[in-house]
Design a protein around this ligand. Structure first.
Ligand code: GPW
Length: 816
């Protein structure tokens, strides 16, 4: 086996050789993309040897594997990560010099694969990182979308979406594996299996087939030899799909019709965060992912095992929300129809194989599919769902005799004018374990959304609080603070044992440490200011408090509540130009789904308010508002290290967990937040005195809902009224009162997420924030303690929880 050398000289030699033999060029004539690509493959090569040894160790041990199925991954940029994970990071500068390419330019070519929408996709990436770091044998399966999450730009303040052509220059991080391609069917008919008296085994003859071609990216562990992989499927037409005779007849469009239809399956990520849309093509994507992945899982299983009895002992599949839940029916189909396993045994194997993670409480985010669509697209799977439901409801009827309403509530099929399949119900019925993603979330899930199931099978339900990888979100994102921490703690052990940060607690009495901490945060703000100025033209003051709200735009997350606070500050300063206010930079980042009109309008309003603030000479000296365009993992890595205040202001009971809250706390931002999702656990750990709490709790919010009149709050609170009236007046729309009227109407009409009810508590709490900020020593101590006490929120702990509670897998060390 060829292995790469370990010195800088080896690295430089390989670099020049790769440039010459792989790119076919020389240092003198290399372009920017040439230089980047060559650097990337040279770094990548340093992982290949570890990857091969990992595969060999896994083959020898024949261990139980975790297969993580997710429609989304937000991996972030790969170059810096892989430099860090191969120990070659210190060489970046000399190597860039060798290539004659400025570092910043090289990094700019390192596009992040935007194969996800938000938290759910980033959680998947953090878990893969942690599993590799913990030496857990694991494979992530996903879709290689040709276009990832859209690029966000603003035209006159309004969001415009552009396609994300992320592989335009080629992706140096992926290895195509054409030999492992699979064939997947859609549509068609089903028929009885003549030799099966039960009628449970049937034959499906698809009406269309598509090829799935895999490629993989390497997922290295930090400080260990393990390199796992993420395998991504791309849809291709079968070779016969090109219609040569039509092409020859000049019918160019028709000649490639089948190819286009097949390849559309992996064309684009649905940029729809948690609400449903896209219909047939989206369901096709979901089935394509699970059909390819399951065939690959079975292929891998059969490399070392025979028969089916051992399958659940060797294979554990984690379903990341309901998007891959068709895998349950697909495994049943493969076992029963193709491998001729008895239904009961197949069902027992299937249930023992799958586990399901739920990431929401919002009823509209719980996926359902019309029966009629399934009947056409996946006729055999619908039959299997009916059989699963039939046996399941028999069990329910035996447990609750005569309780028809229970049957209706639990059924996998939702009855009504349009019958639909409830994917979450299918997931719970077909899984061993079901988990929520934060304590409150799991509690509410079992008390409300999935209550009947929790009553039926209490032992199935678990909580696994989310986490974030400290490698990307502090070590890579925040090298200054990381160096300071390492200096204080003596070594880098905290990067894989994050609870060690606790020892920073003593440092709050060390004025020199506090000064260095503050200076690191200030430098981060200087860096951020440079990026912000470059991308928006807005100049921000690094001395001002950096107040950040970065997350998808969603009504329940309540960006509009933050905006009401901003407008209140604006009004106060205008009314009283001598007012002693704490200077703030309010930084928003986030995208709205292209079809989510209310949130696109709110984005427009944020930009309009930002402009009004910026053009007012009095206000702009103390307040800045910026909406950073095209928020993504890369931007997160710039923004988070500079943040002083973390806005986590969703209505209590709506945010399943949140993970940005963890990243920000870890980097020393202090949270202002509601008792929602993981905020509760963050507050418990960092201490109530280091967290700014406001607003209704879940129970109070539920009570208020019954008799809520947002207008009452509007009428009673002059500052609130002034803020809402300012939007209504058209001052942010050059006098156009109509433009933002829908925002005002939504607030005064239904105010679905009780923003007006929480306004006073929020604005007053912001005063307490100012108060704390004025005492910079106090603030810095709070900042240090937030970081010091965030160790629990490492995704290493999350992965370990999954291992202990759900997966029951053991690490397999990879020898060097
Ligand atoms: F609705 N989440 C997300 F549950 O980013 F499916 N996209 C989604 O489509 C859903 C959830 C879904 C997020 C949650 O909103 C967030 O609270 C959580 O921290 C994150 O998933 C990871 O669990």
């Amino acid at each position: 086996m060829r292995t790469v050398g370990g010195t800088l000289e080896d690295f430089e030699r390989d670099l020049i050789s790769n440039l010459y033999y792989q790119r076919g060029t020389t240092v003198e004539s290399a372009s920017g993309p040439d230089a980047y690509h060559t650097l990337a493959v040279t770094v990548r090569d340093r992982l290949v040897d570890r990857y091969a040894r990992t595969a060999a160790a896994h083959y020898a041990a024949n261990p139980r594997f975790v297969y993580y199925l997710s429609a989304e991954y937000l991996l972030g940029r790969q170059l810096r990560q892989n430099l860090l994970y191969t120990g070659t990071e210190p060489w970046l500068r000399p190597v860039a010099e060798d290539l004659g390419a400025p570092l910043e330019e090289l990094e700019a070519y390192d596009v992040e694969p935007g194969l996800g929408n938000g938290g759910l996709g980033r959680l998947a990436a953090c878990l893969l990182d942690s599993m590799a770091t913990l030496d857990i044998p694991a494979v992530g399966y996903g879709i290689r979308y040709e276009f990832g999450i859209f690029k966000q730009a603003f035209r006159d303040g309004a969001q415009v979406e552009r396609p994300d052509d992320w592989t335009f220059y080629g992706n140096p991080w992926e290895f195509p594996a054409p030999d492992d391609r699979q064939v997947v069917g859609f549509y068609g008919t089903t028929a009885r299996s003549l030799d099966d008296p039960t009628g449970l085994r049937r034959q499906w003859t698809p009406g269309e087939t598509v090829r799935g071609e895999p490629s993989h990216m390497l997922v290295p562990g930090f400080g260990t030899q393990t390199v796992n992989m993420i395998r991504l499927w791309r849809a291709r037409a079968s070779r016969e799909s090109f219609d040569l005779s039509r092409f020859s007849a000049g019918q160019y469009k028709e000649a490639v019709e089948d190819i286009v239809r097949a390849e559309n399956i992996s064309k684009v990520l649905y940029p729809d965060d948690s609400t449903e849309q896209g219909r047939e093509l989206r369901l096709k994507q979901q089935y394509f992912l699970v059909a390819c992945s399951l065939r690959d899982i079975i292929r891998r299983y059969r490399l070392r095992n025979t028969g089916w009895d051992a399958f659940p002992a060797k294979v554990v599949v984690q379903l990341n929300d309901t998007h891959p839940v068709m895998a349950i029916t697909e495994l049943m189909r493969l076992l029963v129809d193709v491998y001729r396993v008895d239904w009961d045994l197949a069902w027992s194997i299937t249930r023992r194989t799958f586990n399901y993670t739920c990431h929401t409480l919002l009823p509209e985010a719980l996926e359902t599919w019309p029966v009629a669509l399934l009947e056409r697209l996946l006729p055999r799977h619908l039959e299997i769902i009916y059989s699963i439901n039939h046996f399941f409801l028999q069990e329910v009827a035996a447990t609750y005799p005569g309780d028809v309403d229970k049957l209706r509530r639990l059924s996998i099929i939702e009855e009504g004018p349009e019958r639909r399949v409830r994917m979450a119900h299918l997931a719970v019925v077909g899984s061993t374990a079901v988990n929520g993603v934060a304590e409150l979330h799991t509690r509410l899930l079992t008390a409300t959304t999935l209550r009947d199931f929790a009553e039926l099978w209490p032992y199935k339900f678990h909580n696994v609080t989310n986490g974030v990888t400290p490698r990307r979100f502090i070590r890579l994102a925040n090298p200054r603070l990381s160096a300071l921490i390492t200096d204080r703690l003596g070594d880098e052990g905290w990067l894989t044992d994050l609870e060690r940060l606790e020892r920073l607690g003593d440092a709050v009495d060390d004025p020199e440490f506090l000064a260095r901490w503050r200076e690191a945060k200030r430098q981060n703000k200087v860096d951020l200011a440079r990026h912000v100025e470059r991308s928006t033209g807005v100049v921000i003051d690094p001395e001002a408090m950096c107040d950040v709200m970065i997350k998808r735009f969603h009504e329940y997350k309540r960006q509009h509540l933050k905006l009401l606070h901003v407008i209140t500050l604006f009004n106060r300063i205008r009314e009283n130009p001598d007012l002693d206010v704490v200077p703030r930079t309010v930084l928003f980042g986030g995208k709205a789904a292209p079809g989510y009109h209310a949130m696109k309008l709110l984005i427009h309003l944020v930009n309009a308010v930002a402009e009004a603030v910026d053009t007012d000479p009095v206000v702009s000296r103390r307040l800045k508002v910026v909406l950073v365009p095209d928020y993504n993992v890369t931007k997160a890595q710039f923004i988070i290290p500079a943040a002083d205040l973390s806005e986590q202001i969703s209505l209590a009971g709506k945010e399943a967990s949140g993970t940005g809250n963890m990243k920000l706390a870890l980097n020393g931002a202090v949270t202002i937040g509601t008792l929602d999702g993981a905020n509760i656990e963050i507050r418990d750990r960092v201490g109530a005195e280091n967290f700014f709490l406001f607003g209704l709790d879940t129970a109070e919010a539920a009570d208020l809902r019954h008799h809520y009149r947002p207008r009452a709050f509007y009428e009673q609170d002059p500052e609130l009224r002034a803020a809402v009236d300012a939007i209504a007046s058209g001052v942010f729309a050059k006098g156009d009162r109509a433009l933002f009227a829908p925002v005002v109407d939504a607030m005064l009409g239904r105010d679905e997420y009780l923003a007006l009810a929480d306004y006073r508590s929020y604005v007053d709490c912001q005063e307490a924030v100012d108060e704390a900020w004025r005492d910079q020593d106090r603030w810095t101590r709070m900042s240090v303690l937030n970081s010091a006490r965030s160790g629990f929120f490492s995704s290493d702990r999350t992965a370990r929880d999954y291992c202990d509670l759900i997966w029951r897998v053991e690490p397999v060390p990879v020898p060097s």
